[in-house]
Design a protein around this ligand. Structure first.
Ligand code: RRO
Length: 290
């Protein structure tokens, strides 16, 4: 068993937020999903206080060795998540990590406070790749702002707080250190790299949201570099992700200092990728797999 912030996990492989919809998968695969759940913990997609429609289409672009998304956080908001999604997600055979995002410390605080007394939620992941309404900068790109955010939400409860760092910053290790100083229990990285795709007809940006985030094998080497830098800087556990498609990729991130590895874009190609990658990790690197 792996201990992650006091939560017991069967192995080191989990999903990246937004890349595996367990409720949709349950509708497709039925009970079999519970019997052979691909991940050791389930990270839900990002929820916000109010419902959001998300960005106008198109929302995806396939790039060389990767994908650019501009989904824009479509979700039915906190109240609907608590009433409908949480009871269904509680049926999953693994611990649940709920991912939240707000554009001010107060908004994030409301989300964190609302999840504290829900026993179904094992941990909370804070998605800080959101522009600060005051500065326009991503909250997670500014170490001082990130530490202040953590100092605001940390006292609101005892559930482990994972900070999903943005790679779109000058010094990701400084941001990780700031999250740790503010009381984060773990950091996860990397989120997608800011990117633009141009329409083939020359009419401008392809994505309805303008720009998007690059993921997939194209970002694997960036993830490896950032995870290594962050793991060398903090003493809290690191969740590494970015282009992982095999047990070897997962092993590389663990060697770089990650405690857990998350699978993102590969889940769209193969919904059972988590099972395969955990098995490959176990076969090739039994000394680090559990
Ligand atoms: O919803 C999105 O467009 C999105 C989010 Br919140 C995120 O954190 N990372 C990403 O690639 N897309």
């Amino acid at each position: 068993m792996i201990d992650f912030c006091g939560i017991e996990l069967r192995h080191r492989v989990i999903n990246a937020s937004g890349c595996f919809d367990a409720l949709a998968a349950q509708r497709v695969f039925g009970e079999e999903l519970y019997e052979r759940f691909p991940f050791a913990a389930y990270v839900s997609k990002t929820i916000t206080l109010a419902a959001r429609d998300g960005n106008p289409p198109p929302r995806l672009w396939e790039s060389a060795a990767g994908m650019i998304n501009s989904i824009g956080l479509p979700n039915r908001g906190l109240a609907s998540y608590l009433e409908y999604d949480l009871p269904a997600l509680a049926q999953l055979p693994v611990p649940l990590i709920t991912n939240v995002m707000g554009s001010t410390a107060e908004e994030v605080g409301e989300l964190v406070a609302a999840l504290q007394d829900r026993e179904q939620v094992a941990a909370i992941e804070l998605n800080v790749s959101c522009p600060n309404v005051a500065t326009g900068l991503d909250i997670g790109a500014d170490p001082a702002g990130l530490e202040a955010l953590l100092r605001h939400v940390r006292p609101l409860g005892r559930k482990p707080l994972v900070v999903k760092l943005t790679p779109n910053t000058a010094d990701v290790a400084a941001c990780a250190a700031a999250a740790e100083a503010g009381g984060a229990d773990s950091v996860s990285l990397i989120n997608t790299l800011r990117a633009v795709a141009l329409a083939p007809d020359g009419s401008g940006p392809w994505l309805g949201g303008g720009s998007g985030g690059l993921s997939g094998p194209a970002i694997r080497s960036v993830a490896l570099a950032q995870v290594a830098r962050v793991a060398a800087r903090v003493s809290i556990p690191v969740i590494g992700m970015g282009g992982v498609a095999s047990g070897r990729d997962a092993g590389d991130l663990i060697d770089a200092g990650a405690t857990l590895v998350a699978i993102g874009t590969e889940c769209f190609r193969d919904p059972a990728a988590g099972t395969r990658i955990a098995a490959e990790l176990e076969l090739r690197f039994p000394q680090i797999a559990r």
